[in-house]
Design a binder for this molecule. Structure first.
Ligand code: GLA
Length: 694
């Protein structure tokens, strides 16, 4: 049993870790670390962790609580705040009971005075050392509303020794860059606003004592499954105690629970690893694979025509690209933006999801037939939550967008956001997608979201509580994705948001792959992919081989380098194939064939970010190992080599020490390779090598 409760102490055991909480009055974390035996629980409870610093008036003695309610002497940043009908703005929660159901523990807290119940949910994902947490707040009264002003998924006490936080920050064109900073006294905070995960940060962080490495040391991390506004804060009190709150953003948050109503928060997954950042990442990958993603065969090699044609879509133009894509072994041909009526630029058309008959005479079907005849399946871009003011949809339903009647409706990329929290809008979006998938032979959709929610008004919200949109938009998005998945199980969905604006476990769990950035410069991409791999698995990461000169940096790179970078996840091609030489086609066809041979391991094997000896600036290497250890692939990317440097020694990981592997013209044991490394030839400014160990 992953959960045992002895007296007031609950032990949530994963394969390699223990999460121990005490349920006496308040819920307190006693231990989240290496596995402990049930015999140790009494000792843990007799000697609960106490801050070692100066006693602080800002901290109630009951630190380490699993929910920080606003009110009373506890002045830590709250994870839960409410206002009652009589104007009381403090909560006072006490444990009222608990129950265990399989791998789930539910702890019930009730307010000492008001009819408010809060259930803390814990689910043990033992096979990947994850504890999932969320809460359900319920108004158990009969007459009055309760306003929730903050309702995070969890607060979690962290070890005082935690001094460094790693996180993924960014902006459009640079979404998943890894950074690590010393934790300040006070707060370290990340957030995403505007009703989407955002480009500037992912809802993920990792904490260590400043000494953990890729291969050693304790790492505590958390990842939120939410595609709306979110926040996380790691806060150190004056007494040294550390805790983190993570969940839906409380900016402009006011969710009024009517009598009998409840609100369930998104899940946050907590993961402890004793073996460094690499091990932590592989457990995150396992968690997504085993508990969030669908079990699928390897994702197809796709071609996407966006960078080649932008809005200039035509039957002949797309057919020509499709012919060329088929020559190199592409399996899925995706028409991006520009296929629907009015869409000659980003000024018009969003919302009118009917093919432009001038660009595509006869609609989508003639193009789909040609693509099918070429042996590929067909995919289509949509951005269903958006509308241009210049569209039939907006002219018919100007009230369908978020707006405040007295304010201008702010446009970004000339578009407005549909109020998906409204049921009629959600019905429209579902039936639009359902109509397209029903009518045409479409195997893939790329679901985009190119601007944040602003002007967050909803004048006729039925409860008189327009702030519900922050929750309702995402809930309806999830329900549409889930319904589509159930109705069209063979259709793959790619999540995109102006590049990588919606990278989080909530979206990853309801789609099949993610477009992580509009930045397709392979040199930058190596960094973005390195960051992405910290928290999310490679089979969800699409990467395109685009033109020789990067549109974002003006940097040139070889076709082989571009391929090696994109082959490290789900391979896509986005180059303008009409400009390719015969040699390009031959090279590309060879690399696509190689990828198809390798992709089972790349997409479903274990991923290692491996080092070099000596440590070498400007070099990144990533290795994939088949589950049975029989085969492995290494990609090496080297930048700015000089002074005759023409090889790099990489240190492979994850090999079976007793197995022999063929590489570099010889046959070596896994043990020897791990100890001595492999010299790989690589020279130039943006250079790469890919090798297999068989
Ligand atoms: C966003 C996406 C791109 C492309 C364009 C189309 O920017 O990230 O890949 O689909 O929209 O307008």
């Amino acid at each position: 049993m992953p959960i045992t409760v002895t007296g007031d102490v609950a032990h949530l055991a994963t394969e390699h870790s223990s999460y121990v909480i005490e349920l006496a009055g308040s819920v307190r974390l006693l231990h989240w670390d290496d596995a402990v035996a049930d015999d140790d629980l009494a000792m843990l409870s007799a000697h609960p962790p106490r801050p070692t610093g100066l006693a602080s008036a800002s901290l109630a003695p009951s630190g380490h609580t699993e929910i920080v309610g606003y009110g009373g002497l506890d002045l830590r940043s709250p994870s839960f705040a409410a206002e009652f009908a009589d104007g009381t703005r403090s909560v006072d929660l006490a444990v009222a009971g608990h129950r265990v159901s399989g791998d789930e523990l539910i702890v019930e807290l009730t307010d000492r005075v008001y009819p408010l119940s809060v259930q803390l949910h814990y689910r043990v994902r033992a096979d990947c050392d994850v504890i999932e947490r969320w809460l359900v707040a319920r108004n158990t009264g009969e007459t009055d509303d309760i306003s929730l002003r903050s309702c995070l998924s969890a607060d979690v006490a962290l070890p005082e020794a935690g001094t460094r936080v790693s996180y993924l920050h960014g902006a459009w064109g640079g979404e998943t860059r890894l950074d690590a900073v010393p934790l300040p006294s006070g707060r370290f905070e990340l957030d995403g606003r505007g009703g989407y995960t955002s480009h500037r940060a992912r809802p993920w962080f990792a904490l260590d004592d400043g000494h953990a490495t890729e291969t050693a040391g304790a790492v505590w991390s958390a990842s939120l499954a939410w595609t709306g506004s979110w926040r996380l804060a790691v806060e150190r009190g004056g007494d040294g105690a550390l805790h983190a709150g993570i969940g839906m953003h409380d900016l402009d948050f006011d969710y009024r629970l009517s009598p009998g109503e409840s609100l369930q928060t998104p899940r946050v997954a907590l993961l402890y690893s004793a073996a460094g950042f690499g091990d932590s990442s592989r457990r995150w990958h396992d968690y997504a694979r085993r508990h969030l993603l669908r079990k699928l065969p390897p994702r197809p090699v796709l071609y996407n025509s966006w960078e080649a044609t932008a809005f200039d879509v035509s039957l002949d133009g797309q057919t020509e690209l499709a012919r060329r894509a088929a020559r190199i072994g592409v399996e899925l041909f995706v028409v991006d933006d520009g296929w629907f009526v009015g869409r000659t630029s980003d000024h018009a058309g969003l919302g009118d999801w009917r093919p432009d008959q001038q660009k595509l005479p006869g609609g989508l079907d003639p193009l789909i037939s040609r693509v099918r005849e070429l042996g590929m399946s067909f995919g289509l871009w949509v951005e269903p939550e958006m509308v241009n003011a210049d569209s039939e949809l907006y002219r018919e339903h100007p009230d369908w967008v978020y707006h405040f009647p007295t304010r201008p409706r702010s446009e970004r990329r000339h578009q407005l956001v549909l109020n998906l929290a409204r049921d009629d809008v959600a019905d429209f979006v579902y039936s639009t997608l359902d109509g397209l998938l029903r009518a045409h032979d479409i195997s893939f959709i790329k679901w985009d979201f190119n601007r944040p929610i602003a002007d967050a008004g909803w004048p006729d919200e039925p409860h008189g509580n327009p702030q519900r949109l922050w929750v309702g938009h995402v809930e309806n998005l999830y329900s549409i994705l889930e319904r589509l998945r159930a109705a069209y199980p063979d259709v793959l969905i790619e999540a995109c948001a102006g590049g990588g604006g919606r990278i989080d476990l909530g979206m990853i769990g309801r789609t099949d792959q993610v477009w992580i950035s509009d930045n397709t410069d392979p040199y930058d991409r190596v960094e973005l992919q390195y960051g992405y791999s910290q928290a999310y698995p490679p089979e969800t990461m699409v990467s395109w081989v685009t033109d020789e000169v990067s549109h974002i940096n003006g940097r040139s790179s070889s076709l082989e380098y571009r391929f090696h970078v994109s082959m490290a996840g789900v391979l896509g091609i986005g180059a303008d194939l009409t400009g390719w030489t015969e040699q390009d086609f031959t090279t590309a066809a060879g690399l696509v064939a190689q990828y198809k041979d390798w992709r089972e391991i790349i997409q479903h094997g274990r991923q290692y970010r491996i080092g070099t000896v000596p440590a070498t600036d400007g070099v990144r290497a990533v290795q994939y190992v088949a589950d049975d250890g029989a085969r492995s692939i290494i990609f090496l990317y080297a930048h700015g080599r000089s002074f005759g440097e023409n090889s790099v020694r990489v240190m492979p990981a994850g090999l079976d020490p007793d197995r022999s592997y063929r590489c570099n013209g010889g046959c070596f044991s896994g043990r020897l390779l791990a100890a001595h490394g492999i010299d790989l030839p690589v020279r130039g400014d943006t250079a790469s090598t890919a090798v297999t160990l068989d």
